[in-house]
Design a protein around this ligand. Structure first.
Ligand SMILES: Cc1cc2nc3c(=O)[nH]c(=O)nc-3n(C[C@H](O)[C@H](O)[C@H](O)COP(=O)(O)O)c2cc1C
Length: 343
């Protein structure tokens, strides 16, 4: 019997998947979500054109943390040759388990160039991208779609991508015109899945174990995006595990330390304020620190704030001490170990 491909193997584990989110799913956040049980994690989207032009940021966005397993890198682009060349650069550099094509981004800066959700209007172009990307790398290629651009046409697009060799499709249950408004339509996602032979992962509005279970029972993979912001432990909750307040506080600090180490300066802590506010919204013991979080500028200030917070004496909080936390990765991308074996 042939070995099942990466996605089939991972889906069989029956776990939720961290959705790609620009500005959030960087290496430190992926690391934490994977530890809590996300089946795999997708990077922020990387511009294929920037990769081909040799602009450094794309390479950095796709970079795995040391030893990152099951890395899926998401690319965006509108020209098949460029996406294929960009995908090959990512493969040569990072040997990801799979590459994913962004077909859902509704932001003008991206859609203006026949990229992101604009590809929903051009199924043949999208299929051509998947075909050429698939020919350029020895790993599975997937795509992440919306229900349509303005009009729902996801089935037509999905069939074209399946024909072009996509190994898996993720469908966010909204059109691009809806952006993030209204409710994600999981019936529409199930209807597409019923017409395909490749697996489908649904995306949209899953934040609890009960919602995860109900979606998973439809035979779909389940992605969690915003429901993991400020609460990466949602993946453990989906598996029936509870995380204590002390553990949550230790996690916030670990996230900050990983972020500081990954980007290599305290400026990363200033950018991390948005994440801190999300944690403060989810952890009552941090609520009183909201104003302080908006001013914090260094890791050591943040360490002082959190170690003095009301939950810091509770079980699990002993991991607030840096020596009890995981090894912190460095920002030096050249030290990342690359394994070029096709998976
Ligand atoms: C801040 C933010 C950034 C996002 N960035 C991406 C992206 O880079 N690529 C992508 O395919 N989807 C992106 N999405 C869409 C999510 O992956 C997901 O499909 C959507 O948020 C619906 O799922 P949710 O309700 O679980 O968040 C983004 C969503 C948010 C909120």
């Amino acid at each position: 019997m042939p070995t099942p491909d990466f996605y089939t193997r991972k889906l069989a584990e029956g776990r939720a998947v961290l959705a790609p989110m620009a500005g959030f799913t960087d290496a430190p956040f992926r690391r934490l979500c994977r530890r809590f049980g996300s089946a795999w994690a997708v990077t922020e989207m990387v511009s294929a054109r920037a990769l081909v032009l040799g602009e450094g940021r794309g390479v950095q966005i796709g970079a795995p943390y040391e030893g990152e397993p099951d890395l899926v890198i998401q690319v965006f682009g509108g020209e098949p040759e460029i996406v294929a060349a960009g995908g090959r650069i990512l493969y040569d550099r990072y040997a990801p388990a799979a590459l994913d094509l962004n077909m859902g981004c509704p932001v003008k800066k991206v859609t203006g160039k026949s990229c992101g959700s604009k590809l929903m209007l051009e199924p043949q172009r999208a299929a051509d991208i998947v075909r050429q990307l698939g020919a350029a790398v020895p790993v599975p290629v997937s795509a992440k779609l919306r229900l349509g651009y303005e009009r729902i046409n996801v089935l037509e697009v999905a069939l074209a991508l399946q024909e072009a060799g996509a190994a898996l499709l993720t469908v966010h249950g909204r059109t691009a015109a809806q952006k993030y408004g209204g409710e994600a339509d999981w019936d529409a996602i199930s209807e597409v899945a019923a017409q395909l032979t490749i697996p489908v992962v649904g995306s949209g509005d899953v934040t609890t174990r009960a919602q995860f279970g109900a979606r998973h029972a439809r035979g779909l993979g389940v992605m969690i995006g915003r429901g993991a912001l400020g609460r990466p432990w949602v993946f453990a909750e989906c598996r029936g595990e509870q995380i204590s307040v002390g553990e949550k506080l230790a996690l916030v600090l670990e996230h900050a330390r990983l972020t500081r180490a990954w980007y290599g300066s305290d400026h990363a802590i200033v950018k991390f304020r948005g994440q801190l506010l999300r944690y403060a919204a989810e952890i009552p013991e941090l609520r009183a620190l909201r104003a302080a979080f908006q001013q914090v500028t260094t890791l050591s200030e943040l360490e002082q704030l959190i170690t003095a917070s009301p939950g810091s004496q509770t079980p699990g909080a002993e991991n607030l001490k840096p020596e009890n936390q995981t090894d912190l990765p460095t920002t030096d991308l050249d030290t990342v170990a690359f394994d070029h074996a096709p998976r």
